[in-house]
Design a protein around this ligand. Sequence first.
Ligand code: HEM
Length: 383
Amino acid sequence: MAARTITNQPNRKKQSSKRGTLTTRNNERFEKLVYSILPGLTKCLDSKGSEPFNPKAVLDLSIYNMLATICFGKQFEFDGPEINFYVKVRQDSREPVGNGLAADYFPFLRHFPTPAVKKLRQLMGQYFDAVNKELEEHRASYDGGEPKDLIDVIFQVRKELEDEGKEDMTMITDTHIRQTILDIFSGGTETSIFTLHWCIGLLVQHPDVQAKVAAELDKVVGRDRLPCLNDRDNLPYTVATLYEVLRYGSVAPVASPHATTTDVQIGGYTIPKGTWVLFNTYSMHYDEELWDEPHKFKPEHFLDEAGKVRLHPEGFLPFSAGRRVCLGESMAKAQLFLIFSWLFQHFKFAKAPGMEQEDYSEGKALSFMNVVKENDVVVEKRF
Ligand code: HEM
């Protein structure tokens, strides 16, 4: 496929050092965006009463709602048909892909439409139809004013470039916009959903950690306001717990596959040009030489002796590294913090009755991802 997407660009440009820094104004806009899903999420959790439920389904709706608002500038009904459509297309496309398509291993097979490839094309067709509809609506309403979502931002950039007469306009076509939104939906949904699912699984399995996080939130944020990004500096235990979830859960254990663009010498080995390379972050996150008792879930892994958060310890790369580092890293960290702290400020999660002996921190491989097993939980409002 031509390089019309972020993920298919053979060699993404080096990012400026400004990338990833959220300014105060952006912080506030971003907080508003995350807060906008909270009424729907609260209603959804409240409706569970004391009944056991699968938290993964609730997290699916939360993250898809958020990304739909970022991309399309709309607030969909929290558990409505539009959001469920995107969740279902994504979930259905997992089945034919499984642990990879045959064509991933034998590229010539891409010319043969196997049932899996046909199914995927059909699902992508449905998805592109939905995004095309949004694009048409935006084209009709875009007035060159303050952008209200990602599509408007791209329209604005395209217009600025056109006005300057500098750039080749073939760089930003509708195909690019569609594919970029697909990249955001692919890169930004499951990684965040599975990480938040690990948060619930691990904190249910470790109620002592859950109680400490809740106590810190009570002390620093209180019960009368929502956690905000500036609170991060004053919530070391909460932030350390989130980082420990990112390490322990390692949702992207081998990042994304890449290939060498030239012959490379490394560690005494020669890797020929065109070799597939996987970045084994999982082995790094469980390296006995870097972590004390790596198989134990301990937020203390991310606290120094003074009780401050160790933001960049050696051997901690959940978002990978280098030019192809996760494009959404800073947004993901902000979003995870806001949702995680809000969840445990307001709710207490526990194992479902009869499931006390289950290990809620057990993982399993799902294609290229490491996910926590789906177990039902019960939820109780804290105040
Ligand atoms: C817990 C949350 C997340 C984790 C653990 C995560 C992790 C990763 C990893 C490991 C990669 C592969 C990097 C490589 O190829 O070496 C990646 C790529 C990517 N991520 Fe994330 N990610 C997260 C959230 C997000 C979010 C919220 C977005 C956007 C809204 C996003 C957008 C992307 C994109 C577009 C790429 C492809 C970059 C490229 O190919 O150049 N990610 N992510």
